[in-house]
Write a protein that binds this ligand. Structure first.
Ligand code: ATP
Length: 240
């Protein structure tokens, strides 16, 4: 995997999407300062140069994008394992968040692009909060967490540990799909057995007990009408 570090950019995901057609090998792009970080569905991801780690990894998979629907969850498992080894215990919130004590510590955004000659480039963007500056805390309100312990580490060592864990997980995902991660995801599930609602643009679509994910990464929800399985799409989960 090639590694590039830039002092500042708008979005590392946008940069790698723009470059995907020219890539011949996996590339990790780290931004010391990201000024227009993206979340899902046009939402934004905030970061600061002192207190955040923001990077994207371009990784090529065989097959089309539909095979990658469980990838954000597999990446969550990989982050959970690495962070746990570094002394920070985290939980996972479906579909794409990493929580510490119920607050969002890291976000994962995966975008895809068809590769020339077949296959799909996945651009795996990760934003990890190390220290939350007051100004960011004020903008986000409750619900965001930092990990000051990780901020004490050499940044490059932290990136190397994350890259190592991610690369191993991506190879496993390419061979076995999300099935190889499902049990570990469920062990880290933040809201297992809790009452949650699924919302789409402010509208509550479903309410039920969160029962983990299946081996394709769908959220299982036990509702009054029985068990349903939800595709990530663009719905959001809220704990009641
Ligand atoms: P939700 O879980 O709120 O439905 P989501 O998981 O779809 O949202 P993403 O698109 O993954 O959210 O992330 C963007 C959202 O995360 C923003 O709308 C904002 O609320 C929140 N956010 C942005 N920056 C940070 C940050 N540095 N730390 C924690 N949360 C953040």
């Amino acid at each position: 995997v090639a590694i590039e570090v830039v002092a500042e950019t708008g979005s590392t995901n946008a940069d790698l999407l723009a470059r995907a057609a020219q890539l011949t090998e996996p590339l990790l792009l780290v931004a010391e300062n990201q000024t227009a970080g993206r979340g899902r569905a046009g939402r934004s991801w905030l970061s600061s140069s002192e207190g955040s780690l923001t990077f994207s990894l371009a990784w090529k998979f065989d097959g089309g994008p539909q095979a990658l629907s469980g990838l954000p969850l597999a990446v969550g498992v990989a982050l959970g394992d690495v962070l746990g080894q570094l002394g920070v215990q985290v939980q996972l919130k479906w579909p794409n968040d990493v929580l510490k004590d119920g607050d969002k510590l890291a976000g994962i955004l995966i975008e895809t692009q068809a590769a020339q000659g077949g296959g799909t480039w996945a651009i795996i963007g990760i934003g990890l909060n190390l220290i939350m500056p007051d100004e960011m805390e004020a903008r986000l309100g409750r619900g965001a967490a930092g990990a000051p312990w990780l901020a004490r580490m050499e940044r490059d060592v932290l990136v190397a540990a994350l890259l190592d864990g991610l690369a191993e997980a991506l190879r496993l995902f390419a061979r076995h799909g999300f099935g190889a991660f499902c049990a570990r995801w469920n062990l880290r599930h933040a809201w297992q057995g809790e009452t949650v609602t699924i919302i789409d643009n402010g509208t509550v679509l479903h309410e039920g007990l969160a029962a983990g994910v299946d081996d394709t990464g769908r959220l299982l929800l036990d509702t009054l009408d029985g068990r349903i399985a939800l595709l990530a799409g663009d719905v959001s989960l809220r704990v009641k």
